[in-house]
Each structure stands twice: as C-alpha cells, then as structure tokens.
Design a protein around this ligand. Structure first.
Ligand code: HQG
Length: 180
C-alpha cells in the first residue's frame, strides 16, 4: 500500500477511535475497544474500501504504534490520544528524571502562566527523547522544546503513566517543573 493511503487510513482511524466513533456509527467499550468486523463493515458501507489485510498493515506499520488489536484481532483500539472518555487502564509508572515536550512560541506565554495543560486530551503528552518532542512541536511550526523535571514531579506525588506506545502521560505540569 502506498504511503499516502496508509497515512490517510491512519488519520481516519485516529479520528474514529479517539474522537468520533459515532461518525460511522460504531461504539467503543469503556476501555476504548471496538469490533474489527463491525468497523470494517461500517467503513465499507457503500463500496469495499478497506480490507482486513490493509487494516493489519496500517496497524503493524504505524510509526507511532497508534493502534492495537486484541490478541485474536477481533477488537481494535487507539493506544492513546483520546478526547472521548475511555479508560485505558494505564498503570502508574515512575518516570525518568527528565521528559520533554515539544510546542511552539505562540503558546509560551500561556504555558508560563498556567503550566502545561491537557486541553481537550486526557493527559499532557511527554516523551523520553528530545527527537520525538521536536517532531511533535514541528506539527505546528518551529519547535520549542521544554524540559520537564519529571523526577521532581514524581517525588512530589504527581502520577505518570506510559501508554503502550511509549508516550509519557500526566495530568498537568505546573510551571515550576518546566525549564524554558
Ligand atoms: C499546548 C500527536 C497554551 C501544547 C503528537 C500543544 C503527540 C498549551 C497544544 C500527541 C498549554 C496541545 C500530543 C497552555 C499546553 N497554554 N498552550 N497552558 N499547555 N499547550 O495536540 O502534546 O499524531 O493536544 O504545547 O505527536 O502537541 O495524535 O498535544 O502544542 O504525541 O498520535 O497546546 O499528539 O500524536 O496540542 O500532542 P495537542 P501535543 P498523534
């Protein structure tokens, strides 16, 4: 499958499985899982546009492991990034001393005032490596990388989680833990 089609399918799946399953009339369970056969059936209502083989290819080759199948491949969900209310049953985990967040200049004043806020997502997203943060920030323009004193936060009882695809998640980052 060519790169463009793979990316388009990944974007559409992200939209359905994180934000708006109702768009095609599928329902997620409380942990974010949905039936693969119903998903394909609903996507393919008019003409056959997505096959099981293609879906497997998109899930397996996704560079950020955005999606997961159940072991028997009857269920699928997004690993993180939801705006709708799902319980990913994440386990709390001790973070490394420092984590990184990629953003852009226009947000800095607000971040300096209120710290990092999760906005419409369930958590603030952080990464263990600067390169990922650069990529995240680059989605919006010239990236600015903030260093988060996650070790100190953890010592002060802030809870961190790591999603299946390695993204570090926390409720908020107060400004005192951010190195600008
Ligand atoms: C900023 C993508 C003003 C924050 C990525 C960011 C990531 C504030 C934006 C994942 C703020 C939120 C998440 C404050 C934070 N005032 N702006 N107090 N606090 N911000 O997209 O971290 O492709 O919700 O810096 O690669 O950019 O979807 O979060 O710029 O992993 O898999 O508000 O989404 O992954 O933007 O990205 P987002 P994010 P996927």
């Amino acid at each position: 499958m060519d790169k463009k089609r793979t990316k388009n399918i990944s974007k559409f799946l992200s939209y359905l499985l994180r934000h708006n399953p109702g768009e095609i009339g599928i329902i997620l369970d409380e942990n974010g899982w949905t039936s693969v056969s119903i998903l394909l059936e609903k996507i393919n209502v008019d003409t056959q546009t997505l096959s099981m083989e293609e879906l497997i290819y998109v899930v397996d080759t996704n560079e950020k492991k955005r999606f997961a199948f159940s072991e028997d491949k009857t269920q699928i969900r997004a690993n993180q990034g939801h705006s709708i209310n799902v319980n990913l049953a994440l386990n709390a985990k001790e973070p490394p001393s420092y984590l990184y967040h990629g953003t852009v200049a226009k947000f800095l004043e607000s971040i300096q005032a209120t710290g990092l806020q999760k906005g419409s997502r369930h958590h603030v997203h952080l990464s263990a490596d600067k390169e990922t943060a650069i990529n995240v920030g680059s989605r919006r323009g010239k990236p600015i990388i903030l260093t988060i004193k996650s070790g100190e936060m953890h010592a002060k009882n802030h809870t961190f989680y790591q999603s299946e695809n390695g993204v570090w998640l926390t409720d908020e980052v107060p400004v005192g833990f951010i190195e600008f």
